[in-house]
Design a protein around this ligand. Sequence first.
Ligand code: FAD
Length: 792
Amino acid sequence: MAGPSVVVIGAGVVGAALADELSARGWTDVTVVDQGDVPATGGSSSHAPGLVFQTNGSKAMAEMARYTVEKFVGLGAFLQVGGLEVATTPERLRELHRRYGWATSWGLEAELLSPEECVVRHPLLDAGRVLGGLFLASDGLALAVPAVAAQLARAQERGVRVLARHEVLDVVAVDGRVTGVVTDKGEISADVVVCCAGIWGPRVARMVGMELPLTPLAHQLAWTGRLPELAGDVVASLPILRHQDADLYYRDRNGTLGVGYYGHRPMPVSADDILSVDAAEVMPSLMAFTPDDFADAWTETQALLPATRNAKVEQGVNGLFSFTTDNMPLMGESRDVRGFWVAEAVWVTHSAGVGRAMAEWLVNGRSNIDLHECDVNRFERHQLAPEYVLARGCQNYVEVYDIIHPLQPMEDPRPLRTSPFHVRQRELGAFFLEASGWERPHWYGVNEGLPAPSYVPNDWAARYWSPIVGAEAKATREGVALYDMTALKRLEVSGPGATAFLQRLTTGDVDKSIGSVTYCLLLDGDGGIRSDVTVARLGVDHYQVGANGELDLDWFERHRPGDVFVRDITAGTCCLGVWGPRARELVQPLTGVDLTALRYFRGARGYVGHVPVTMLRLSYVGELGWEIYTTADMGLKLWDTLMREGAIAAGRGAFASLRLEKGYRSFGVDMTFEHDPYEAGLGFAVKLGKGDFIGRDAVLERKESVRRKLTCLVLDDVVMGKEPVYHDGRAVGYVTSAAYGYTIGRGIAYAWLPAELSVPGTGVRIGYFDRLVDAVVAAEPLFDPAMERLRG
Ligand SMILES: Cc1cc2nc3c(=O)[nH]c(=O)nc-3n(C[C@H](O)[C@H](O)[C@H](O)COP(=O)(O)OP(=O)(O)OC[C@H]3O[C@@H](n4cnc5c(N)ncnc54)[C@H](O)[C@@H]3O)c2cc1C
């Protein structure tokens, strides 16, 4: 079976890896086309210095890097010289501890080094300037062009065609499906076209009308003359080195030193302005070196590496490669043109892993690793605006080595999306963070005088935090508070096939009476969790789905039959969560809906004062109350009607704490495509008896073999998420969500642990920066396990 006919556009590290991985899986009717010569095409891979630092905050990215190393070592295209990141400031030293935690969490072996040990590893370093380092022996140098050649050669042995000097001029689509490409040397028909065109990606994607949020930026790389301190006859004798405090990295090559620099002004280039292979002086992805932009880099290099003081910068380039709006790659199939796929904005570091994941996705319908952070369909519409793409791409270039707190919002462009309550929230002194463009209050300054539980966070946890967070959590548990839930994605699903469609896509039985609300999951074919949703039946053929983001909409769109309509109603509507033991007291006098008769997980339509509303009795904070929805035009009126005596507004800080006290999972953080419902403690949301649904057969099997579990831990301190968890001195899992529980008076962390350790009372330790924090497995939920609050 040769599989469908595939055209891969681009023979850089990504296209070559994909061709190899596809053909290894039996898809051999593959043609790789490149406008340049192969294997040195003139794209970014042709001149990349190839440093591979595997450590990453994203588990998926770390795994893709790990696989790239493993594969390139096997191909003889990797020099495993080790990777050293050094700190010259106390903040960076702490950050290296955090990065050590990530490496350990994702299964990479890492070491923290003293200044002396750093110098032993990298003798060019000035010991006096270095405070410590992070070292991974498995890091090193990818030889990008040999890797391209080796992967293409293997693919060709399996029957893949490689066409150099073929420029794709157009991608042909008929009735929303690709049929082939037009090159300067003729047409090639194809069932599947994959754009691996690197910095040219936006231009190629536009051929099918797809907006690719990618910005090519010039990046400086310079080479010194020979340094007597370096072995002149060895390709690379030292570990690769990063000096992130000054936006610098280094590698040696035949006695010279390569210096890469991210500290200069952003230099974006439009994909349309990149020169053709023949017009470019050296190659299209290279621009002339601008020495003035490099001046600070050289001064700093001479300070850190004294051996360079007698050397000169002998050559340099401003080389182009891709940046995105969130620093993650762009992978997946176009929503509008079936068969048109992209694998874009990928570093050499992750290239083989991306190739493998894409091949799995194409051949099996899904990848074995969770790709929700990389899916090209993850973006909201505003995130595709050219101005946004350019601004974020440039900012991410500037921040590439910065220390970013998990809650740190983008600063610009803001504000972008505001709920109808925004004006009131500002009046109440809201401190806003940003998510998917939405301004979301984290706490309200006006609540400063409220009594707050005593809690002193550690310095990292104290950022983007105020004692008001605790006061708002307490007020919710004791009185009633209003939470702006507008930013949560809402989809309307309607039409004659709506019930059958939702029965097929979700794990819940949604075919219940009008007014029912069902918490359930969207699963992949292999039983992995794609999302968790609440489905409210508002009419016979009319549902409102509370979802997690654009990927849910994409999933629905891909599976929707012709008699089902899916509409994103988020922007035209708004939502207030009104929660707390006094919620009924607040709302009942304002509405004709009998709130006592409206049971838990039921919904009703009615009015709150003048405002037409849909009320769903649900609560992510574990208290009596309702999500109250209305149209955006009536939002302010709803707020003003509900903000009566006794009610306060509360923010996301309190919400996050209350959520964890109740053990409610958050998709994308606590569980992803990699986890099944039983491991994640969500088996209750899977109704195996209701008939067939996507993922049913797979979860039936997985149900019997739960080897790891999402586990509740309590601790006397607070961690942030992604930290490694140790048992008997061995790393056994990692933290997902964490917060301080103001009601229970303890820190809470959820973590993936082996099932045998997920037993209440088991002691573990969490690696938090340079400390080990004791934690104990606890029975969950920590608050109101009998659900008396919610059902009261
Ligand atoms: C100076 C510099 C230093 C870097 N350092 C590192 C590093 O140390 N570590 C790291 O991991 N990454 C590094 N990178 C990034 C890395 O080089 C790139 O991210 C990676 O090479 C991109 O690979 P690719 O296959 O996507 O793109 P490319 O290698 O650019 O391949 C895309 C291919 O598509 C072809 N193509 C485009 N349009 C068409 C068309 N219409 N028809 C036919 N063919 C077409 C091009 O000719 C090209 O060959 C660096 C980049 C630069 C510029």
